[in-house]
Design a protein around this ligand. Structure first.
Ligand SMILES: [Zn+2]
Length: 105
């Protein structure tokens, strides 16, 4: 039985390294929009079901640097993935040769 490594378009985990401070932790900046249905005199508010989420971008946990791509904020997973591959050193899984020989007797 032979095991083959299937390398066809398999997603790899990308690493984030902040270009400013070197931190490797990333925040997703997000805004939640919920409809306010009623406000009461005691300060209580009732919220409606209407709910929207808007991605605002990604910031570094360490220095709050906001990821930017040509002065545009990086928004969304696809954009982030592209940004990471360009701006952060990635451990190249494909070129890392593993010289492991399994000799069976
Ligand atoms: Zn940073």
């Amino acid at each position: 039985m032979e095991q083959q490594h299937n390398k066809s378009e398999e997603p790899v985990e990308l690493s984030f390294t902040c270009p400013k401070c070197g931190d490797d932790r990333l925040y997703l900046k997000q805004i939640d929009i919920t409809e306010v249905k009623g406000v009461f005199s005691d300060g209580e508010i009732s919220l409606g079901d209407e709910y929207a989420e808007e991605d605002l971008g990604f910031i570094c946990v360490g220095c709050e640097y906001e990821l930017q791509d040509e002065d545009e904020p990086v928004v969304g997973g696809q954009h982030l993935a592209e940004w990471l591959q360009v701006n952060c050193p990635q451990t190249d899984h494909s070129s890392a040769e593993e010289d492991q020989e399994t000799s069976e007797t």
